[in-house]
Write a protein that binds this ligand. Sequence first.
Ligand code: SF4
Length: 447
Amino acid sequence: MRILLVNPPRSLKNLIREHAPPEVRPHVHHKLIGPPLPLIALAGNLAGHEVEVLDLKAEGDLRDDDHLEWESLLDESLVSFRPRVVGVTFNASEYRAGCRILRRVRESDPRIVTAAGGIHAALVPRDFDLPFVDFVFLSQAKATFRRVVEHLDDEVALWKVPNIARRTEEGLRFTPRADVFSDPGLLLEDVRPDRDLISKYREAYRLRKDTPPATYLFTSLGCEGRCTFCSIWPQARGRVFYRPVENILGELREIDQPVVRFADPDTFGDIDRAHHLFDRILAEGIRKEFVADARIDTAAHNPDLIEKAAAAGLRVVICGIESDSPEELRDFQKPYDPALVSRAVDVFHRSGISVRGNYIVQPHFTETEFRRMERFADRHRVAFAGFTVATPMPGTVFHRQVRDRITVRDLDHYNFMNAVLPTALPEKDFYERLASLWKLKRGEEVI
Ligand code: SF4
């Protein structure tokens, strides 16, 4: 069977950048770059079928065209490849674009079966109760996607596939839930992503223009944290799964890209396992540059682990630094002592690791809070700093807490670069003030 998997274009809505003074603008993050790991993970379990990946982000990046007219590329794929199934992966800010893709597919040929997956589909499946969406995938879909594809003409079997929703005349109907994390038949940890499918986009997947091509790899799924603004733990239903270290090494040995981004929220979540992972990378002589997420408290309390990871190739960490206000951290359910930030940043810097620090600016910030944030970030300047807006992503605790106060419901705005709650300062002042924070870093680079 022919299956087309589509990565939709990014939302370009970025009010921080739009309001940034000209000298600040180049410092404000523009777009997240990286391969569509969830799609190639699905494809890895589709051996025996013909699969194509259309990465509309990479198509635009290769042409250096943020406003790529992707419709003609989709049409070409539909005509030349003639898929029986088209699947799109969704996050919140790409919801509208993804829906336009599936609607166009339906209009081009009503016989094509359409499927929606990704984090937004998992957290807000009701958003996909649409006449042009046939299947919604609610969880890690490597196994269930294949089962659906292979039973498209078998109604009885389709209703037995867990963790999906189907469009019926009465609206979406859900199949029983199953725990992916404790069912090896659903998780399929040994099945590798099919990176060959996106080799034509290789040059697009660079963290910066001057760095070598990167690929993504999961070492774990889910997170032990319970941050109110986070979509990751609700998607994993609070569970965490750590891939066996030898399994990860097997995949690393097959990867030819020089840069590997661990696409986990917390590669260091289990300290003993993280020691073992980096010990084994060193022992095997695997030479890569690694990028990973790491928590402030982990680094501050485990400098030996960070040093070892650096020796094994860790070059950049992404850290949720968030805030120095104990009240804000408590509200976020992020229980670390802000005094640890400087210690953690020192640990990284001593090991030669660059830090991408993420700070959360709240719409209710006044001049006083902006000045506090400025002093905080200035005390421990990191190589790459990102100051984003607290955004109640649908499906999170934060969204439930504030949903009645949300003033912007257009999901194009839900990429952390736009306020969707009322701002205390006049809008123009809020964004200009926020944009100016982006200069508080070491050097000039942006990732
Ligand atoms: S924000 Fe990070 S640490 Fe917090 S729950 Fe999400 S992934 Fe975990």
